[in-house]
Design a protein around this ligand. Structure first.
Ligand code: NAG
Length: 257
């Protein structure tokens, strides 16, 4: 894939948001594979590379409660079999919340597979996953179950590039071709409109801004139906083998999982 993708995750509660554009020099920490990450263009571009011995990952310094997070990612080009490029939000602790994008590479000319996943203890109002501003998944609040929003579980933002050739591509049948290494993914135009968590006071700061409540409008609903009918290859909500006793509660609540 030569063009870059723009990903966004929204966790919205109709809150006031702060907007900031990030500089990779100031706002991120490389969490592993230090020698495999590079910051370029004065902090505007970050690359991760993967060799057989190691990939790399980074993490945004701030933690967030609610907001919209945008990142442009250029996935490994050409033969990307065996590689996985991730972008995800995660809180800490055993009852953690997590929202994931995982791009599973493929041999040249074959499509990437995008996995999305939500681990949710408390539930957000409406969590949307967007690719190039097209909604691909929505996770709806289950207020009726009495699960409050995780207002004390701030999430941090992570990204990584790693070797998963045991399982990632066509079930592990297609291995990474290490003669093509290093495999490189790059990141830019990171933007966040969110409430920043302040650990010292256990509260969050949302600077003045537009009040946002973004549900899916009719056009959005049409687009997600189109994406799901044309491109979705697996939906746990229709996996009756996996859930012989009946699909999880949220599957009955939302038409867009
Ligand atoms: C790779 O391409 C094949 C053939 O089009 C497809 O079946 C598969 O889902 C693709 N993705 C992965 C990660 O194997």
């Amino acid at each position: 894939m030569s063009a870059s993708l723009s990903l966004a995750i929204l966790v919205l509660l109709g809150h006031l948001m702060a907007t900031s554009e990030a500089n990779f020099n100031q706002h991120f920490d490389v969490t592993w594979g230090h020698h495999r990450s590079q910051i370029k263009d004065g902090g505007q571009l970050l690359t991760l590379s993967l060799e057989k011995d190691s990939g790399a990952g980074f993490q945004f310094k701030n933690q967030y409660l609610f907001g919209r997070i945008d990142m442009q990612i250029k996935l490994v080009a050409g033969n990307s079999a065996g590689t996985v490029t991730t972008f995800y939000l995660s809180s800490q602790g055993s009852n953690h919340d997590e929202i994931d994008f995982e791009f599973l590479g493929n041999s040249s000319g074959n499509p990437y597979t995008l996995h999305t996943n939500v681990f949710s203890q408390g539930k957000g109002n409406r969590e949307q996953f967007l690719v190039d501003n097209i909604p691909i998944r929505v996770f709806t609040n289950m207020k009726s179950q009495g699960v409050p929003f995780p207002s004390k579980q701030p999430m941090s933002i992570h990204s990584s590039l790693w070797n998963a050739d045991e399982w990632a591509t066509q079930g592990g049948r297609v291995k990474a071709d290490w003669t093509n290494a290093p495999f490189v993914a790059s990141y830019k135009n990171f933007k966040v409109e969110a409430c920043i968590w302040k650990p010292a006071s256990a509260s969050s700061t949302c600077s003045p801004g537009a009040r946002q409540t973004q549900g899916l409008d009719a056009a959005g609903r049409n687009r997600i139906r189109w994406v799901q009918s044309k491109y979705m290859i697996y939906n746990y909500c229709s996996d009756l083998k996996r859930f012989p006793q009946g699909v999880p509660y949220e599957c009955k609540q939302s038409r867009f999982l």
